[in-house]
Every structure is written in C-alpha cells, then in structure tokens.
Ligand binder design. Structure first.
Ligand code: SF4
Length: 448
C-alpha cells in the first residue's frame, strides 16, 4: 500500500489465522506442516479466534468422543469468529460436519495441505508475496523446541476391525529415506534433541517402496525400518520409536537399542492378549508368540522399556479373555501402559461382527481392574530405579525443581522425573540425575 503523503510504502498488516490442533501426534505433524506453509506465506498466528481473519480447525475423527470434541471446537470457532476451515481426519467425512455447521467455509481431509491453503487464501488473502525466509529452515514446530515428531509414512495396510484410519488416510505411503533423514538432520541442526518417529505402522516402513534407495548426503540410503533407524541414530539426537508391531524383523532394531544408537524404548500397541479377542480385532503380528518376543527383546537389550496401549470391553470380550489379558500383563511386565474403554467407531468392521456389546458399567469395571494391575507393575519397575543414576532430558524448567524424562519415557504419554537442582536447568538440557524416590508413575531425583 502506498502512502501518498510521504511516498513511503507501508506494509499491509499480515492476515491472522487462529489454529486449533486436535488429535494424535500424526495430526500434530499435519498441523505443523500447515502452519509452516501459513508462516511461509506471511500469515501470522494468533491465539484468539475473535481477532483472527480466519480459523483453521484440524480435527480428529478416530473415536466418537474425539469427534464430539472436534465438533465442539468447530462450534466455538464459528461462534467467536465465523470464518472457519475444517481439516483433518474428521474432514474425510464431511457430511456430519456440514449437517451440524452448514456455514463452515471449507472441509478437507487429512494431509490435504494444498486444499487448506486454497481455503485460507479465499478467506484471508495473503498480504504480500511469500517470503520464504520467514520460516526457519526446520519448519515451525508446535512441540517444544527440544523434541519433534518425525512422520515417516502415511496410511496403513492393516485392517484392524475397530479402526477406520485406513479408510480415512489410505494405504501405507512411506516417505523416501533421504527425505526423512534430511528433515531429521534439519531438526537436529535447529536444536532438537529428541526425534519421535511416528506413523501408523512404523515397522512396515518402506514396504510400499520395496525398500527403495534414495540419496542422502552423497550416499544411498534404503527405505527400510532397520536402515532408517540406524541412520537416524547417527545424527546425535535421542531417537524414540513409536507404533512398532512385534514382527520378527524388529529384533534387529532392538540390537541398535542395545548398542545405544536408538533409545531403549519401544511403543508397541498390543491392544489385547487373548487370541480370541485379537482375532476379532484382526490385529497384525504373530500374537500367539508376543510373550516370547518380549522375552527375546529383553535378552537382546536388558535395559529396554516397552510401552503399549490396550482396549478393554471389545465386543465379545469375556471374563476369561480379560483374565488372560491381566495374566499376560503380569507376565510381560510392560514398563508403561495406557488403556482405552472400547468405543464403537461408525464405519468400523467391528460393528458388524455380531459380537455381544460390553455394557458401559462393565467396561468401567474392567478398566479399573486393568489400571490397578498395571499400577502395581509400574510401581515395582520404578522402585528398582531408586538409587540409580539416569540420563534425563529436561522438558520444563522450574525455580528449584525441573521436570524431565528418562530415556524410558516419551513426552505426553509416559511418566516424568522431577529433578531438584542447584543450577538452573533449561528445556532440552540432558543431565545426569540420581533417583531418590518413586511413586507409581513418576520418579524424583537430584541432578548430579
Ligand atoms: S494398524 Fe490397525 S489400528 Fe493402527 S492404523 Fe492400521 S488399521 Fe488402524
């Protein structure tokens, strides 16, 4: 815009976008990509819907409770602003959103970055030409600066009966190894100390590409789970693997953990242990032998932490199935465990299995028993760490006590260690801590 009195050019204020990010780490990565694009095109982000030129809501459509949360977020944004663009998993089923909110400006599915940007351009045209240098080279992170999620593939080739993600996100599409490693390298150069590798099925990485080779730093790298883990481990940051299935080839990656290249931590969504329930769930992996596999992993890497999630109250689950699960859990002694009460997801195959629905009160009872069993296991595991020295990455600074995590704990889903320290600790610092006390979920110690 030209100021005729002074002859100077005054910059037009940048349009402001308010962004709501709901759902899992995979959705968070989508949000980060969209925000990176917005910033690249000169948009500003604002925390308040009211003062924004438009609102983008990245939704989650996995469970009905997540859908409700998404619809509430859309409703709130419409109430406060009126110009609302919806994207994400729930956007793959636009009818429900349109029925509730006919006035939303646009609805796009997950990873539809271009369509989101088109909708933003219409609602709030960019103020000026894109200045690429507005964006730091590593992109814009929604996570704290010292850790970042690294998405290695999209979609899933499995057909778990309770899940509609393959319908929403399509079949497995892996990124080339070179592409993933370049992003990881940029993140580490920008100060990221911990890379959290995510996808729907990390152990299947590269299958769709037939493990194709690509170039990274003048050398050829293969799109294979083992190779990628090793290459990521060479970057000097902590590397944490999420959503790995217990396939035999995972044993080789556990060896990298024993060597210290990758964190001794594996997130395996077992979901259940009873062969009957697993069959009804159509879970991937050789489920009959999971306990054997867990034993083998611990032989290879004695220091390994295994985290998992389970579903209780799946249709057809009997007291015997549940007891089998509790016995399995007691035997497997997993380090970190989360549980969900089963929720029927519209469109999921599990709804058509003709199995007895577990009533809500019963689900609640199963959930409590499950969590009590795990709590006792977790408390014993953590008690064994008292007196030991552990490496800790600091997440939150505090005047006298900082909060961090050991290598056996992922951010947001696992426990913490509270660290007393004479010197100030900053987020991202990696310090040695003597563990003095433990409860069922957290550790307490002193920086040494
Ligand atoms: S592995 Fe199963 S639960 Fe996970 S995304 Fe694929 S189909 Fe869904």
């Amino acid at each position: 815009m030209s100021d005729t009195k002074t002859g100077e050019t005054s910059a037009k204020a940048a349009p402001r976008i308010s962004f709501v990010s709901l759902g899992c780490p995979k959705a968070l990565v989508d949000s980060e990509r969209i925000i990176t694009r917005l910033r690249a095109e000169g948009y500003e982000l604002t925390k308040s819907h009211a003062g924004a030129d438009a609102v983008v809501v990245n939704t989650c459509g996995f469970l009905d409770s997540a859908k409700r949360e998404s619809l509430e977020a859309i409703g709130a944004a419409l109430g406060e602003n009126g110009k609302v663009i919806v994207t994400g998993c729930m956007g793959a089923q636009p009818e429900e959103i349109r029925a509730a909110f006919p006035n939303v400006l646009a609805i796009t599915g997950p990873q539809a970055y271009e369509s989101v940007m088109d909708a933003v351009h219409l609602a709030a045209p960019p103020a000026h030409d894109p200045y690429i240098d507005l964006v730091p080279p590593q992109g814009v992170k929604l996570t704290p600066r010292h850790y970042a999620y690294l998405k290695i593939s999209e979609g899933c080739n499995n057909t778990c009966s309770f899940c509609i993600i393959p319908d929403l996100r399509g079949k497995l599409v892996s990124r080339s190894a070179g592409d993933v490693l370049r992003e990881a390298e940029k993140l580490v150069k920008a100060g990221v100390k911990e890379l959290l590798v995510i996808s729907q099925d990390t152990s299947a990485y590269g299958v769709d590409l037939k493990y194709a080779e690509s170039m990274w730093n003048d050398r050829s790298v293969r799109a294979r789970f083992l190779d990628l883990s090793r290459d990521l481990g060479s970057l000097g940051a902590w590397v944490r693997l999420h959503y790995v299935y217990p396939y035999p080839h995972v044993d080789d990656v556990i060896e990298l953990m024993a060597e210290g290249l990758v964190l001794p931590y594996i997130d395996v969504p077992f979901q259940h242990a009873s062969p009957k329930v697993l069959k009804a769930m159509k879970r991937p992996g050789n489920q009959d032998k999971t306990l054997e596999r867990v034993r083998r992993w611990r032989e290879i890497c004695p220091d390994l932490a295994i985290r998992s999630t389970f579903i209780v109250g799946f249709p057809g689950e009997t007291e015997d199935d549940f007891q089998f699960l509790l016995d399995w859990l007691t035997e497997a002694k997993l380090d970190r465990v989360g549980a969900f009460k089963y929720e029927a997801v519209r469109g999921a195959a599990a709804n058509d299995l003709g199995l007895a629905v577990v009533p809500d009160e019963e689900k609640e009872r199963l959930y409590k028993r499950f969590m009590e069993t795990q709590q006792a296991i977790s408390a014993r595991i953590l008690k064994n760490k008292v007196g030991k020295r552990v490496q800790v990455i600091i997440d939150e600074a505090g005047p006298t006590v900082a909060k961090g995590r050991t290598k056996w704990d992922a951010p947001e889903i696992d426990g913490s260690i509270h660290v007393a320290s004479r010197r100030p600790l900053r987020p991202g610092d990696i310090v040695s801590v003597k563990v003095e006390r433990a409860d069922a979920y957290d550790l307490f110690g002193v920086a040494t």
